[in-house]
Design a protein. Structure first.
Lengths: 300, 292
């Protein structure tokens, strides 16, 4: 360390040219990041303050787009639904990968098959997953789940057309796709636990369940906290599922904030309204991450 | 015997010394059965798509069975030709190749500068990149789309290719890998008269093949599955990718079984990739998140 520091100091006078070379090497990448990631965030704010015809801005209207946005009944529906999506994804989607990881970690036979098997849905393209599950949830006799139900003598269900079921069923689809990859992360966490811990616990008289409860659960707890916030952020942006499976219906029962953005910008071509909603989504996400960081800091 | 291999078990709460108890043996069998059920649930939907796409439309509508009455592969050839799927495959291929090239070059270069060259002020860029890891890209899609249109770049692959050159996740992946390399290596190359780009091409790239292949595999699957941005840019231009195609079949006059076969066509390439590189993919998926 000391050596590296003195080296740096000696070179400090000559460094100017090298610095410039470094910046030049990453200049193309910086331009791409600026164009695709950083600038659009600022542009969203600017767009949302104007009225526009197509992509051409007309005049500065201040916060008028935001007021129209909040007054529209769709916004309230989308806002409520997005939190319902998060609520159900925490109930259904959060525990599944943990349970899967704990169980698969206990196997010896077929372990690599189980790992590959549960990861497979993650390889299936999102659009294909959604369309596949649309066939499963199809009401009537040809729906796959209805076929399976008819074998045990239960009458056909309407699945996604029942507004009470729409969001939980969409969350099941999402969980099917993503639980495997999350559980691999937990499995890696579990495999890092030293076997001495288990042995020591056994000597102290801990049974298998107690070892899971007092060794495995605490050791993946911090991992679970990180993955929880990542899950909330990703569910918050849910778009493809309602767009393809239900088109936001029945009667706005599954419309999400991102889908409303899509409708404003790419169905109605009202880009300022779409941008205004993007800004609102971004702001909520920043608040959520802020709350999360504060909560985790208070505990420590 | 079945339980013998458990003495070599490394993970999890059940240890080899638990095995003398009958209840533990029963528990182990239960766990294997539950895991088998989980794997079945994960694989069944795709298998069903495969089986159901053998049916013709009448059989699909009337017969409530899982297995088709006959396995005739010529129906796939017919649908492939009827839906002109080769065109979508070629479009997807063009898109994926361009995305991989951009992803490897641009993310690699910025990671090289941030991880190894570290010019004055690089911390600002590192901070911005880490920050963009948290800000989801979909929230800025409206502004990005408007920007692309203003530049007149819509209806072409170029913006999609280039968008893969600004991937914070891959930058972090490369940077962590580069930072673990011995610094002497680069000093030695510099003394031998290599300039900055020669060091990148002759030292860094050959030594980074493992991480480059992981990043390449992830870019391929991501680009192949990408929908929203390509859809907005390419829909209606004749450059539709496979994902855009299956999305539009949903509302076209293609029959259910044709849609199913199209879904199957869209799953096959990533599945083949996964079967070949399953170890790199499953290891990489876990490693990416653990290293923070």
């Amino acid at each position: 360390m000391v050596k590296a520091n003195t080296l740096n100091r000696n070179n400090k006078t000559k460094f100017k040219r090298q610095d410039l070379v470094g910046w030049l090497v990453m200049l193309p990448s910086l331009i791409l990041f600026a164009f695709f990631v950083w600038e659009p965030l600022l542009e969203s704010i600017r767009l949302s303050l104007y009225s526009a015809k197509g992509i051409r801005l007309q005049e500065f209207v201040g916060l008028e787009n935001y007021i129209r946005l909040f007054r529209h009944p769709d916004f309230l529906a989308a806002f409520r639904n997005t939190f319902l999506y998060i609520f159900y994804s925490l109930i259904i989607g959060f525990m599944v990968p943990i349970v899967m990881a704990v169980l698969i970690s206990e196997t010896v036979h077929l372990k690599s098959f189980f790992r590959v098997g549960v990861y497979f849905p993650n390889i299936v393209p999102g659009m294909a997953t959604i369309m596949m599950w649309s066939f499963f949830f199809r009401p009537g006799n040809t729906g796959v789940l209805n076929i399976l139900l008819s074998k045990v003598g239960i009458s056909p269900q309407v699945w996604l057309n029942n507004p009470k079921w729409t969001i939980p069923l969409i969350i099941i689809t999402m969980t099917w796709k993503s639980a495997g990859s999350t559980s691999l992360i937990y499995m890696a966490g579990i495999s890092r636990i030293s076997s001495e811990l288990y042995e020591a616990a056994t000597i102290d008289g801990a049974g298998i369940w107690q070892r899971v409860r007092h060794i495995i659960v605490p050791s993946i707890f911090s991992l679970a906290k990180t993955l929880l916030i990542l899950q909330i952020i990703s569910v918050f942006q849910i778009l493809y599922e309602p767009l393809v499976m239900t088109n936001g219906g029945p009667n706005n029962a599954s419309i999400s904030l991102m889908m409303l953005t899509y409708n404003y910008a790419f169905r109605d071509f009202n880009y300022p309204m779409g941008a205004a909603l993007s800004v609102v989504i971004c702001a909520i996400l920043i608040v959520l991450s802020g709350i999360y960081t504060k909560l985790t800091k208070d505990k420590e | 015997m079945f339980f013998k291999s458990y003495s070599a078990k490394k993970d999890g709460a059940i240890r080899s010394f638990d095995l003398h108890s009958f209840r533990v043996k029963l528990l182990i069998i239960c766990i294997v059965v539950i895991c088998a059920i989980i794997a079945f649930v994960c694989l069944f939907p795709t298998v069903w798509v495969f089986l159901a796409s053998f049916k013709d439309i009448r059989e699909f509508r009337r017969e409530v069975t899982i297995f088709p009455s006959k396995f005739d592969f010529s129906v796939f050839v017919k649908t492939w030709n009827d839906l002109k799927f080769i065109k979508y495959y070629i479009n997807s291929l063009i898109m994926v190749v361009g995305c991989v090239i951009c992803s490897v070059i641009f993310n690699g270069l910025i990671a090289y500068v941030l991880g190894i060259l570290k010019p004055k002020g690089h911390q600002i860029v590192t901070g911005l990149v880490m920050w963009s890891l948290l800000i989801p890209s979909t929230t800025s899609i409206v502004a990005l789309f408007v920007n692309v249109n203003r530049l007149g770049l819509s209806r072409s692959f170029i913006p999609i290719w280039l968008s893969y050159g600004a991937n914070a996740f891959i930058v972090v992946l490369y940077k962590q890998y580069f930072e673990r390399m011995p610094a002497d290596l680069f000093e030695a190359a510099k003394l031998d008269g290599c300039n900055v780009l020669q060091v990148f091409l002759k030292i860094l790239v050959p030594l980074s093949t493992p991480i480059i292949s992981v990043a390449t595999i992830f870019t391929i699957t991501a680009a192949w599955s990408d929908f929203l941005f390509p859809f907005l840019i390419l829909n209606g231009t004749g450059k539709e990718t496979v994902m855009i195609a299956i999305f539009s079949f949903r509302t076209s006059n293609a029959t259910d079984v044709e849609v199913l076969r199209a879904i199957l066509f869209s799953i096959i390439p990533p599945t083949i990739l996964f079967l070949i590189f399953q170890k790199q993919i499953t290891d990489g998926a876990a490693a990416g998140a653990l290293k923070e």
